[in-house]
Design a binder for this molecule. Structure first.
Ligand SMILES: Cc1cc2nc3c(=O)[nH]c(=O)nc-3n(C[C@H](O)[C@H](O)[C@H](O)COP(=O)(O)OP(=O)(O)OC[C@H]3O[C@@H](n4cnc5c(N)ncnc54)[C@H](O)[C@@H]3O)c2cc1C
Length: 410
């Protein structure tokens, strides 16, 4: 049996990009639904470190690149949302740390890099006096912390509560569905949705691809007029480490190293994790350690991470820590020389739009770009939204929210 339905906008992919747009577009009056193949956030979003960046990483070479200028406005946009005063109401999202820090551990090159970064950021970074250090550094006992600790405008959000906040208002517009087939003509796109027992034939005036790494497969299978040119994707592979540590003060810090690269030696966040014996902090390790870790096996990566942490933080006892790691790709549009894209990426291919936010941080920018593009297209409204929602809710399940990756590691 086949059911034929209509919707104005169908988003594919329930990570941060899809959920941000679902909220922005429905609020802007666009009749929008979201289709997710598994559980929401289970791609890159819940694996992210949750840092809302102000662009420092891009200024480490001393030059204020387009990326550091564009991203600089993002922390304030997010803060307004977290206070219920921005374009989205994110008051339900928990903030794990109101500040993110940068520590140049003392060697000449790392101090130089941090200094250049600070000049380029024009007052968006403050060097702290030891009395102002976050608790994690103040607890160093007899070990005097070498180098300089800076406080950035960046902060850290709890991604599970972010996803709960974004899904709550629109649960009747979220659907789980695998094997979506897309066929476009000049005006609209037909989505064939396989329910297992039934085929739903859904016609959408616009489809917005927010499937992260999954965009590539959807674009490869997309049936479309020859005039529409789908964009290409690139992957940035990472080997992330999660460590259960008993130290009570959670660290949120970039440790700037000696290499000439723009990536910090270590980017550290901490996340609460509920286990049978209570609540624990999981330290989550990214940065250069995760990029170079692609060439290490899991046991090698655990040993490397342990050496890094012991050398950086000699005042902490890691002897009872539990180490785990996993491989994951960042999905981005393919750009020249495999450089990092500067902004949230949106490609308008007629009835289909392709999005890669490239960073959680850049979602406000993504929302602005998509709304501006749609507003310029004067889309015709959909009178049939209630029957479509009713039928889809009868035929398709509502996807749940995935657990963060460190909850499954052992
Ligand atoms: C390890 C790591 C750390 C990061 N840390 C940060 C950070 O601290 N700060 C920051 O700003 N950014 C960070 N990022 C980047 C950020 O996480 C991503 O840019 C962002 O989460 C991408 O969101 P997305 O919604 O585009 O993709 P995803 O989160 O990958 O979501 C895509 C969704 O689409 C679904 N999907 C895939 N294929 C299909 C299909 N065929 N049909 C239906 N659904 C489909 C998937 O199941 C998934 O739920 C990090 C990324 C990684 C990997």
């Amino acid at each position: 049996m086949s059911t034929e339905l209509k919707v104005q906008i169908a988003i594919i992919g329930g990570g941060i990009a899809g959920l941000w747009l679902l909220n922005r577009l429905n609020q802007a009056g666009y009749d929008t639904i979201l289709l997710e193949q598994d559980a929401m956030g289970g791609g890159q979003t819940l694996a992210s470190q949750g840092i809302i960046h102000g662009g420092l990483k891009y200024a480490l070479n001393g030059a204020l690149s387009p990326a550091s200028s564009a991203i600089a406005a993002m922390p304030d946009r997010w803060r307004a949302c977290l206070q219920g005063e921005g374009e989205l109401d994110l008051q339900g999202c928990q903030v794990l740390s109101r500040h993110y820090y940068m520590w140049s551990s003392g060697s000449y090159r790392s101090r130089m890099k941090a200094f250049l970064g600070s000049k380029a950021l024009h007052g968006r970074i403050d060097a702290l006096k030891p009395a102002q250090y976050p608790a994690f550094f103040r607890d160093s006992g007899s070990h005097r912390v070498q180098g300089t600790v800076y406080q950035l405008t960046d902060f850290v959000v709890d991604t599970p509560s972010l996803l709960r906040t974004l899904t709550a208002p629109w649960r009747d517009r979220l659907f789980q569905c695998r094997n979506i087939q897309l066929t476009s003509d000049d005006d609209s796109t037909r989505l064939q949705l396989d329910t297992g027992t039934d085929t739903i034939d859904l016609r959408a005036t616009r489809v917005i691809l927010c499937a992260g790494e999954g965009n590539e497969g959807l674009l490869n299978d997309w049936q479309h007029p020859a005039t529409m040119m789908p964009p290409l994707m690139q992957r940035r592979p990472l080997h992330m480490v999660a460590v259960r540590v008993s130290h009570p003060a959670p660290p949120y810090v970039h440790c700037i190293g000696d290499s000439f690269g723009m990536t910090p030696r270590l980017t550290l966040t901490a996340h609460p994790c509920k286990e049978d014996d209570g609540l624990h902090w999981i330290w989550y390790l990214g940065g250069e350690l995760a990029e170079s870790g692609m060439n290490r096996s899991e046991p090698e990566q655990h040993a490397f991470a342990r050496r890094e942490l012991e050398s950086l933080f000699p005042w902490i006892d890691f002897s009872h820590s539990i180490w785990s790691s996993f491989f994951i790709n960042r999905a981005e549009p393919r750009v020249a020389d495999r450089q990092r894209p500067d902004n949230a990426y949106v490609e308008d291919c007629g009835p289909l739009m392709v999005c890669w936010p490239t960073k959680l941080t850049l979602c406000p920018d993504l929302g602005d770009t998509v709304v501006t593009l749609l507003d310029a297209q004067s889309l015709i409204g959909n009178d049939d939204s209630l029957p479509t929602l009713k039928a889809l809710n009868e035929l398709l399940p509502t996807p749940g929210i995935a657990p963060p990756p460190w909850e499954n590691l052992r």
